[in-house]
Design a protein around this ligand. Structure first.
Ligand SMILES: [Zn+2]
Length: 102
């Protein structure tokens, strides 16, 4: 059933016939791809002693404790992937998540 606003318009109108939830997922995926680092950027990220938020982080870790804990478990687990074996993709998704949940 379509939920309606007080003025009778649908609460979540389809965009070009696509349900808004799918549009949102596509938008998030596209943003995660934009934020995805290259392999050499990923090396620099891991070797840095500073997190994206400015806090100290141990070298070899992708994020500081606080950013890491803000991530969904599936994302946390994926950050143990090696560079070239999924790390960059998950890091892009993690950045997208943190950007959205600020
Ligand atoms: Zn951080």
């Amino acid at each position: 059933m379509t939920r309606l606003k007080e003025n009778g318009e649908p609460l979540h109108p389809p965009v070009n016939g696509v349900p808004p939830a799918f549009v949102e997922i596509d938008r998030r995926r596209a943003r995660a791809r934009e934020l995805r680092p290259s392999a050499s950027e990923a090396v620099a990220i891991l070797m840095a002693a500073e997190c994206r938020c400015g806090a100290w982080k141990p070298k070899g870790h992708a994020f500081c404790k606080s950013c890491f804990r803000a991530l969904p478990l599936i994302c946390q687990g994926g950050l143990y992937n090696k560079i070239g074996h999924g790390f960059e993709e998950i890091f892009g998704e993690a950045l997208e998540w943190l950007e959205r949940s600020r």
